[in-house]
Design a protein around this ligand. Sequence first.
Ligand SMILES: Nc1ncnc2c1ncn2[C@@H]1O[C@H](COP(=O)(O)OP(=O)(O)OP(=O)(O)O)[C@@H](O)[C@H]1O
Ligand SMILES: [Mg+2]
Length: 582
Amino acid sequence: MFKLLKYLKWQEWLLVILTLGILGAHAYCNLLLPEYTGQILGYLGQADFTTHWNDILWTALMMLITIVGIIICIITVGFLSAYLTTNLLARVRGKLFKNISNFSMAEINKFSIASLVTRSTNDISQVQQVYSLILGIGITAPLTAIIAIFKVVNISAKLSIVNVVSIVLLLSAVTLIFALVIPKFKTIQKNTDKINLLTRENLTGLRVVRAYSAEQAQEAKFEVTNKYATKVDIFVNRVFALIDPFISIIMQGTSLAIVWVAYYLMGGNGEIIALIGEFSQYSMQIIMGFMTISILFMMIPRGMVSANRINEVLKEKSSIIDGNYAGEEENPENKKGSVVFENVCFKYPGAHEYVLEDISFEAKPGQTVAFIGSTGSGKSTLINLIPRFYDCSEGKVLVDGVDVKEYKLSHLHDKLGYVPQKGVLFSGSVESNIKYGAENATAEEVEKAIETSESGFVNKLDDGLEHYISQGGKNVSGGQKQRLSIARAIVKKPEIFIFDDSFSALDYKTDKSLRRKLKKYMGNATCLIVAQRIGTIINADKIIVLDEGKIVGVGKHKDLLKNCQVYKEIALSQLSEEELAK
Ligand SMILES: Nc1ncnc2c1ncn2[C@@H]1O[C@H](COP(=O)(O)OP(=O)(O)OP(=O)(O)O)[C@@H](O)[C@H]1O
Ligand SMILES: [Mg+2]
């Protein structure tokens, strides 16, 4: 948990030192109070106490000042601790976000999105609470207790035995509670992950849930997790609830025992009796101190579980290591945009089976290369290797003659205009979505991209480019989302376009007209298109037919019709004999 402290700035360390100083002062003031009580009791115990009024009043005033001091300490520490913990944890959250943003799909799958969300929110709050607790009571109370121990021993070693007994009782109970509760903390955080996952799944799939009247099944699934989470929570809280009465019993018991021991065992010695008040107060401080230590010992493991979960994410480095090549040897005069696969094999992290086997092909600058194959044949996987969403297990992927692993990722991504299979939009205006990869694009360029991508519907909206896209692009249709995603790639003016089945949600007419405009617009750009429809790729310079992760045919439409059985079957299922004969 303390590893996270490295994210404190040096100025904040000064504030930490200041806070510790104030906490020390707080402990000192705490210890003054019993002393004053002892003094007042001492005066009152004397037969002629009326002659000591002035001393009594003076001591009472000092007590009052000390109490005001304590209040000031508590308030200042409250402010400082809130400032320090919120700032520190906000910074850790920022680091988490940054690290997660760099994760490749492999790391995201490893943790799961739900768990990453819990770790960035709930776990952070847990750690923050524990830090606040430590600064709030975790230092003053134990410090007061330790010094109080010396004081009571000083007052009466015999009477201190009472304290030894109460501390032993307290610690035994705490150890028992400890053993019961600590193993549950990990479970609690895992349950939070699960609840998060189910809630997300339920909300994102709400329409399907409704359409299949599966609300009850979903609720039942949720109920199981929720009940289990509640059970663990109740258990932990019940065990915690034992602490309070137990502490009260010990405190009351100690008070009684002090009086009893003083009167009966030590013969009610007058001097001792005068000190009982002071002694009792110190004893309470000792018990409170040990109680605080106990609570801390229970809360710190909880914070540690969360801190470890945060550290796991912070420590995790993306398996996609950034290269150094930033295009130093690139000649702007050269035609750029070549993509070459050399004997590429790929299997997903943790999987046994290869999804791609021995894939080799070349897309020359300016060429249009299309990929077709049945669903699950590995088309998306193949093109995801170019932007390095995953790295190939064997073989090489070269862009402009350089292995993608050697590129600086930002440079590699600058070359690519990637349009995913499912259009992805972010909350914000239409314009911000289109200019996502090219902030400096001019109004004309945006207009041109809208025109080329057949996104004319934008101009019909009342607020046009300012139209607000809600989270996940829920307020535009699937086809509109795809077209805006295409516009986003166009504005970027990349060397290489990658369309992963990006025309699937478009009607035939729009698809055709979009491709015609794209062809005109793209000029020298290379174009890699994954498609299901033969019509989309019929004019490609090269068509690569995939089947179960292997290339089973390469060539132009006409050649493939003759030579490639898989291609012919796909074509026959979509086009009539006459269309094929054309
Ligand atoms: N993240 C993943 N982890 C493990 N296996 C995966 C993952 N994504 C895809 N696969 C597997 O890899 C294979 C190829 O999937 P891929 O998405 O590349 O197919 P595709 O050809 O794009 O299919 P479609 O036409 O349906 O989009 C499938 O068998 C799939 O089960
Ligand atoms: Mg796919």
